[in-house]
Design a protein around this ligand. Structure first.
Ligand code: MLT
Ligand code: MN
Ligand code: ZN
Length: 300
């Protein structure tokens, strides 16, 4: 399977428009210590022809333009065969509304994510202008679905929360946040994808251990990252993101995972992991983790 990171940042991107934190200032100044990042989106293909996007970021237009395999091959065409949503956060869904140029879309999502995006949303009607403009394919946790022939996706419930705009409205639903285990049966390779996770459940751990490669939630290094910088009042856990560092962080919890290639993604602009040579970055790298970068591409 071919994997291309189109965007590796958390919501807001890096630098974030209204952020003057040390990392964002370095990014604006062109410091060699950091590389700017767009918001999370990964493209996958089993055959190099049909591509699947994991999430639809607000920066989808430039992300598609920046990767020629996603360009049209006819006057009206797109190699994007489907888009898989892992939750309803706007940094994962807003890009769908930018794909409104009368093109049929296939979107894979749990029922909770589909309802959260479509119900009562007048703006969504821009994707309902003709029958079949969006085909929703329902993801059921624990059940494998075929993307194409030998390319399968299994969603796994991951501890999460409803998107900000639905907080206090919907009750909690185990389908509101999922990770993915994607199996290329032709090559017998598996990718585990957990870009938002409040914890590591035993089922998530088992999926990660079966994978050849894992992308994991790298939003925050520490629980109080935003609080310590005076940028917010929420702890990482309040936002359903397990921190990377610390005794209960993902670096420690996943230290013995059997996944061969391990990457942090959905990295918030405040995270010291973004700074090459920082002690936190060195610690992650010493444990065998990479920090996903826009434009990174590899095959499994
Ligand atoms: C998150 O990852 O926690 C969300 O994207 C936050 C947000 O919606 O701004
Ligand atoms: Mn996010
Ligand atoms: Zn910042």
């Amino acid at each position: 399977m071919r994997i291309r990171v189109l965007g590796a940042a958390a919501g807001g991107g890096f630098p974030q428009w209204n952020c003057g934190c040390a990392n964002c200032r370095k990014a604006r100044a062109g410091s060699p210590e950091v590389s700017p990042l767009t918001q999370e989106c990964v493209a996958l293909s089993a055959d190099g022809e049909r591509w699947f996007l994991l999430n639809a970021s607000p920066e989808i237009r430039s992300q598609v333009e920046g990767f020629p395999p996603l360009h049209p091959r006819a006057p009206r065409h797109s190699p994007i065969a489907g888009i898989i949503l892992t939750n309803g956060d706007l940094d994962h869904c807003l890009g769908l509304l930018s794909l409104r140029e009368s093109h049929p879309l296939v979107v894979y999502a749990t029922d909770a994510v589909r309802r959260g995006f479509t119900e009562g949303n007048a703006v969504y009607r821009t994707l309902e202008r003709f029958p079949g403009q969006v085909t929703w394919r329902m993801l059921l946790t624990g059940k494998e679905s075929a993307l194409v022939d030998d390319f399968l996706v299994e969603p796994l419930a991951a501890p999460g929360k409803p998107p900000l705009h639905l907080e206090g409205r919907a009750g909690s639903d185990p389908g509101e946040n999922v990770g993915l285990l994607i199996h290329d049966r032709g090559r017998n390779r598996r990718l585990a994808y957990f870009s938002a996770a409040g914890d590591v459940t035993p089922a998530m751990r088992a999926a990660i251990d079966r994978a050849d490669c894992v992308f994991f939630d790298g939003t925050f290094w520490s629980s109080d990252e935003l609080i310590a910088l005076g940028l917010g009042t929420k702890r990482a856990e309040d936002m359903a993101h397990i921190p990377v560092g610390g005794p209960r962080g993902s670096l420690e919890i996943l230290k013995d995972t059997r996944a061969k290639r391990k990457l942090y993604i959905h990295v918030n602009n405040t995270n010291p992991l973004l700074c090459r040579g920082s002690p936190e970055r060195r610690q992650a790298e010493a444990a065998g983790w990479e920090i996903a970068q826009d434009g990174m591409e590899f095959s499994l």
